[in-house]
Ligand binder design. Structure first.
Ligand SMILES: Cc1ncc(COP(=O)(O)O)c(C=O)c1O
Length: 468
């Protein structure tokens, strides 16, 4: 049973280098069942907040420096859907970073939007880089119909874009900037992290507090930071996309963040920064594995990099990301957040303990001792998977088109009616409406050969794609 498995995991010696950011080290002081209520008298109503919940959301807005803040209990996902819906009129045009999470594409589908994409560069270490202001400007200059710009910063890998310049440009064109800061709820909370998009001029910022702060899974927040988007329109869409029975347990978890951070944030973030700095310094001695630091990335690849996302590159050794991930899990009982072609991501938060860093360091040095250096001439896995695709028609048209399930080879030259993505990170490799060319088919073959399983397809074995 699920409950027993979760308890077993909790009692095991597996160290969590993954979400949620509370790392299972918070206490409610009482059993969750004792706190779980619905909208009874005195407890306000999230969808019509006038009392306690309105006050809690105001307190959060004051703390982070936003005009308005909204508690979200359906993850950043419902905030992203609401933000896109409020910022772009139905059937309108959105300029979005192509490395966006699938939630943004679903917003595009629901509102039947047209999209233009900006693609991030792929860095020397096989990770997706920043979106550059000049890319955004070029796209804005090309199509005056664009109503809003949507950028993910930081990315899953902790890569930050120059949001301040992007915001200035976006506003110079009279458009709205939405920043998916799902992975950056801890930004601006300590000088060792980059500033939040809230303070860089974004109009709407969405953060998954469950990812990097001590909050329950699914809890997230959305901040409205300017008058360019009407708060009541945003609320109207939240009302549609968010559960009508928001969990008071989740909301209590969000509301206690402000007092918790005020009381303990400084000390915990400072300890995290010290642990991370020691870890990065020690890892410079690795022979084959490489822990990617800010200095490894050129300015045009990453405006900034969040060091709490530890990226361990396998690029120059005889092991790949998946193999390293498996060894960390099986041999050392360390559970990373994810792996990609040539790297593994370990997610850290202010709730991490020194023991975790010591165990990870020891594991990496042991594994490193068993590896050989290799010179990898191939272009990177990420560069292949996230290369530019040819858009044939809008997402909504493709999703609703009559389609047939075809084996990949037979689908060549046709238009995709489905998404293909790896989860995590949930960034589409292929989007409905894009051409299934020879490159796509090679990419899917490569994913399967590597023992990874693409998601988004109706066929769970990924042998067929719905196409037209
Ligand atoms: C970049 C990004 N944005 C949005 C989301 C969705 O966030 P949530 O799981 O809180 O709904 C994710 C989830 O992993 C993500 O990686």
């Amino acid at each position: 049973m699920l409950l027993e498995c979760l308890q077993e995991n909790d009692h095991s010696d597996i160290y969590p280098f993954h979400m949620p950011g509370h790392k299972r080290r918070m206490e409610l002081g009482t059993d969750a069942y004792h706190l779980d209520i619905t909208e009874i008298d005195g407890f306000d109503n999230l969808h019509h907040a006038q009392g306690m919940l309105a006050g809690e959301q105001r307190r959060l807005a004051e703390y982070v420096g936003a005009k308005r803040s909204f508690f979200l209990v359906n993850g950043s996902t419902c905030g992203i859907l609401a933000a896109i819906s409020a910022a772009v009129s139905r059937g309108g045009t959105l300029l979005m970073a192509r490395n966006s999470h699938k939630a943004a594409y679903h917003g595009v589908f629901l509102r039947q939007l047209q999209t233009h994409y900006v693609y991030p560069c792929i860095t020397g270490y096989d990770i997706q880089g920043a979106i550059l202001p000049e890319q955004v400007e070029a796209a804005l200059a090309k199509d005056p119909k664009i109503e809003a710009v949507y950028v993910t910063s930081p990315t899953y890998d902790g890569v930050v874009s120059d949001i301040e310049t992007i915001a200035d440009l976006t506003h110079a064109y009279g458009k709205i900037l939405i920043v998916d800061e799902a992975h950056g709820a801890h930004f601006s909370l300590h000088p060792s992290f980059p500033p939040s998009a809230i303070h860089c001029g974004a109009d709407i910022v969405i953060q998954s507090v469950h990812k990097t702060l001590p909050a329950f899974t699914q809890s997230a927040v959305m901040h409205l930071c300017s008058d360019r988007v009407q708060a009541d329109v945003l609320e109207q869409f939240l009302d549609i996309y968010e559960s009508s029975s928001p969990s008071y347990v989740l909301m209590a978890g969000i509301s206690r963040l402000v007092p918790f951070l005020k009381e303990k944030g400084e000390a915990l973030f400072t300890a995290l920064d010290q642990n991370l700095n020691q870890f990065y310094e020690k890892c410079k001695e690795l022979r084959c594995l490489h822990v990617i630091s800010r200095e490894d990335l050129k300015q045009e690849e990453a405006f900034s990099k969040d060091h709490s996302k530890i990226l361990i590159s396998t690029k120059d050794c005889n092991i790949n990301g998946k193999q390293l991930y498996e060894r960390l899990r099986k041999d050392f009982h360390l559970q990373p957040e994810m792996y990609s072609g040539e790297y593994v991501t370990a997610l850290c938060s202010l709730m991490d303990e020194k023991e975790g860093f010591e165990r990870l360091t020891e594991a990496l040095f042991t594994i490193d001792g068993s590896l050989c250096p290799v010179t990898n001439e191939e272009t990177s896995f990420v560069a292949r998977m996230y290369r530019e695709r040819r858009q044939i028609c809008p997402i909504a048209d493709a999703v609703e088109h009559r389609k047939e399930a075809l084996p990949w080879k037979q689908a060549q030259g046709k238009t995709s009616g489905e998404y293909v993505y790896l989860y995590p990170p949930g960034i589409p490799i292929l989007v409905p409406g894009e051409c299934i060319d020879e490159g796509v088919i090679c990419d899917i073959e490569e994913i399967l050969t590597r023992g990874m399983m693409p998601e988004g397809l109706r066929d769970m074995q990924a042998k067929f794609i719905d196409a037209f």
